[in-house]
Design a protein around this ligand. Structure first.
Ligand code: SF4
Length: 259
């Protein structure tokens, strides 16, 4: 809670979840956990740790050897780093994920050379927990970069990469982080980056007025969800992969007036 907003802070992850399915956002905001223990989830955790070493790999003499060594280190440390998330994961599953990531390292190593502009930024090495009382939004940013007094947020993604540009949910997340960075550092953010860990590629995203409006609009809708409004089930909702499917048959009459 804070002095200006009577609602809990809305997290950037709430905004991207809302974009996926507003009902998912409802369940998460009403005390239900999103439980993810699929092999893809585990691989994602490890890949994200690996991606945090790409800028050092970029500067190393042999990127492939560097990343192989980093993957080996991560395989030993990941249980300490992600203690809670891995509490129910056995050693065999962990080992399989490491084995699955190993063949990706060749392509990642060669793609890193495409990102010389990205690695020419200064990486601000601290934990970026951002919040704004003014906008009622908070979030933990993966990386914050700086060049010529201009800041640029960057997010690491371990899933699929679109053919061109970045996914809409990533654009929204970067816009929300930009609003938070601008408030904290009293500056203007013109662009952000998405790091696609599986490929070692980085895509730039210009922060536009349209998405700034959309972030604030979604924030207002999430406040209503926090107040108890159950949104309609969207036609294209990803129900097949959702662990709330068992509790998601509630019809709301009020919601349609709001969404
Ligand atoms: S089951 Fe479908 S509609 Fe319900 S929360 Fe999950 S994705 Fe959304």
């Amino acid at each position: 809670m804070n002095g200006i907003f009577t609602h809990p802070m809305i997290r950037v992850s709430d905004i991207t979840t809302f974009n996926k399915c507003p009902r998912m956002c409802y369940f998460i905001n009403h005390g239900h956990d999103r439980i993810e223990v699929s092999p893809g989830f585990l691989e994602g955790l490890i890949l994200k740790e690996l991606a945090l070493t790409y800028e050092n790999a970029f500067d190393s003499d042999d990127r492939q050897i560097f990343l192989n060594n980093e993957l080996e280190r991560i395989s030993k440390e990941i249980r300490v780093i992600c203690r809670n998330e891995l509490s129910k994961v056995d050693d065999a599953a962990l080992e399989k994920s490491i084995t699955d990531i190993l063949p990706l390292i060749g392509e990642i190593s060669s793609n890193l050379s495409l990102n010389s502009d990205f690695y020419s930024y200064e990486f601000i090495r601290e934990e970026h927990i951002l919040y704004s009382d003014k906008f009622g939004i908070s979030g933990r940013l993966d990386r914050l970069l700086r060049k010529n007094d201009r800041m640029a947020p960057s997010i690491i993604r371990t899933g699929n990469m679109p053919d061109n540009g970045v996914w809409n949910s990533e654009r929204l997340a970067l816009t929300a982080y930009s609003i938070l960075v601008e408030e904290k550092y009293n500056s203007i953010v013109e662009k952000g980056f998405v790091e696609y860990a599986r490929w070692g590629k980085v895509r730039q995203c210009v922060i536009k007025r349209h998405e700034r409006r959309q972030v604030l609009r979604i924030r207002d809708m999430i406040k209503r969800i926090q107040d108890g409004f159950m949104p309609e089930r969207p036609k294209d909702a990803p129900c097949e992969y959702c662990n709330f499917v068992g509790m998601c048959d509630v019809k709301s009459t009020l919601a349609s007036r709001f969404f």
